[in-house]
Design a binder for this molecule. Structure first.
Ligand code: SF4
Ligand code: FES
Length: 233
């Protein structure tokens, strides 16, 4: 059996949050934490609430705090986890219910960097092309699934998340600055040159540890800072 302690909170009931214990049978080799949560929901306690969709580490919807570390339940092996497995919602987010957090502010910040191709030149007859090297510049960034594991592990975002954009949004900002087809790098850098939006990153590097896709938001933030310095000199 696998033993879990899971954060429970239902604002409609008015009770304080609490941890609830469950025991789940091992159903298959390589069983994931999401399999255990599904077993609880489908066989033991239908009131347990959490987000999930793809089950394959692609949609980013099941970010949660697992034994004190942020990660995706669907790609986390239960075999490697100390028991009882303590499962909590992502830190520093308002909890809607149980493991479901309110991501409104996180996605508002993402939208604020205008995450789409911005161009001024006339639309070509065919697609805007990139060389293989230009395309390779986006490696390590386009893979981001916006799960928020990095941003919600960042103490600077906990303290200044109203104004600091956080690692996920800044990684995405760099993704568009680096895109050879985009024609708004100057405008993007202007918007990021702000003591809070960008410079609240103190290279604590929790984001790198937390990212389930092994991405490096700290490197992206450093690249933006260097681009700002270069254009001043
Ligand atoms: Fe998730 Fe990694 Fe993207 Fe952060 S950088 S949102 S941890 S995939
Ligand atoms: Fe889609 Fe885990 S359910 S990333």
């Amino acid at each position: 059996m696998i033993h879990l302690e899971i954060y429970r909170f239902d604002p409609e009931k008015g009770d304080k949050p609490s941890m609830q214990s469950y025991a789940v049978p091992v159903s298959k080799p390589g069983m994931k934490l999401l399999d255990a949560l599904n077993h609880i929901k489908w066989h033991l306690d239908g009131t347990l609430t959490y987000r999930r969709s793809c089950g394959e580490g692609v949609c980013g919807s099941d970010g949660m705090n697992i034994n004190g570390v942020n990660g995706l339940a669907c790609i986390t092996d239960v075999a490697g986890l100390k028991q009882p497995i303590k499962v909590r919602p992502l830190p520093s987010m308002n909890v809607i219910r149980d493991l479901v957090v309110d991501t409104t502010h996180f996605f508002d910040q993402y939208r604020s960097i205008k995450p789409w191709l911005k161009t001024e030149t006339p639309v070509p007859e065919h697609e805007r092309l990139q060389t293989p090297d230009e395309r390779a510049e986006l490696d390590g960034m386009y893979e981001c699934i916006l799960c928020a594991c990095c941003t919600t592990s960042c103490p600077s975002w906990w303290w200044n998340g109203d104004r600091f954009l956080g690692p996920a949004t800044l990684l995405q900002a760099d993704r568009w600055i680096k895109d050879s087809r985009d024609e708004a790098a100057g405008e993007r850098l202007d918007q990021l040159e702000d003591s809070f939006k960008l410079y609240r990153c103190h290279q604590i590097m929790n984001c790198m540890e937390a990212c389930p896709k092994s991405l490096n938001p700290t490197k992206a933030i450093d690249h933006i800072k260097r681009r700002l310095l270069t254009r001043k000199s």
